[in-house]
Design a protein around this ligand. Sequence first.
Ligand code: SF4
Length: 432
Amino acid sequence: MTRRVSACTLGCKVNQYDTEAMLEAFEREGYESVAFPADADVYIINTCTVTGTGDQKSRKLLRRIAREHPNSAIVAAGCLAQRDAEALLQMENVRLVIGVQRRAQVVFLLEQALLEGGKINAVSPLPGAGFEHLFVSRHEGKTRATMKIQEGCDRYCAYCIIPSVRGPVRSMPLADVAKEAKRLAESGYREIVVTGIHLGSYGRGTDARLMDAIQAVHDAPGVMRVRLGSLEPMTVTEEFARRLSQMPGLMRQFHLSLQSGSQSVLERMRRRYTPEEYMAALLRLRDVMPDCAVTTDVIAGFPGETEEEFQETCAFLQKAELARIHAFPYSRRSGTLADKMPDQVCESVKKQRTAKILEIGNKLECAFVQKMIGTQCSVLFEEKVGDNLSEGYSGQYVRVRANGRPGEICNVQILRTEGALALGEVIDQEVK
Ligand code: SF4
């Protein structure tokens, strides 16, 4: 009887990548993957702890699976597992807690726990952790592949728990980056998303730097489109922007994390740039790639954030004319500096401010998409949405609907927009 495995991921792209790698490890050992939450013998729950909501959702999901599948074995992985291993190990049906390391051994460790009729806490201490090169050959949808080249962070921004659950900075060796990109292109992926926990730290302690890794992915045989994960403003020097602009296959969309547009809030957050330095980095990108889209994240309601500081952020966002803004209410995390700060902002104010930033973001995004009318852009189609109609993303990561087919990369003439959706017609096919 073939054993079945199913998985669910909470949190970021890096967690999704790690889940895929664990699923494939089970498949290599003869397990059959089934869609979550179908009946299975083993469930992998890859947890998140970046916000209080992440914690709650992770624990709730673990309880639900144990309740709905009482005969199954659960693997609790990821950041909450790394942070609170013993508590998760006590939960019903959890037979293995694995955290953010040793995922390549997940099958061996689980089968050992089952053989011994017990539970295993396989969470290892983070100091001294190496880069665990996990192989993923299947990515959701057959068009875009995520490639994790960096792990960990040592920035310790005041609100962030990630450094204490993902550990020190470590990177995929540069030679492996080129090999992995070639392998993904040979597997038929049209676009590679280069990601990590803190990409800007790529290569720390080695001769390689992030630009070398980006160039290696871009130049790997068969790679058509490269997209970058989150960047910090200080990574974007003039030289960095110039090198990016010389890569025709690099998508003109940059997620430049802001968090606040107020100098005093950035200082309390222990972010390592000022609003002026952020704007300078943004303008460096626009100078050499005028049509690029810069997107960002903002935290609303950081401890002590006054109405005046909040208005500074709103004004900054308008001035920066960003293409998309993800906004989050500040989430208190024990173990972070901000957790102990005075003047915590109340939930209702956080909610109001988050809504206000999203409102600004929606207007800016629609304005950005509107500017595309009458222009052409290259679109990687992903999803059929009607007769002779598909949707996909342009280089600037704008959703486009036109008469292309999933998997094709086409030049599209943009004719009109519906909110943040651009509509157009295919001019020619770049790649079938
Ligand atoms: S850079 Fe700051 S926000 Fe980003 S993962 Fe590191 S500590 Fe967290």
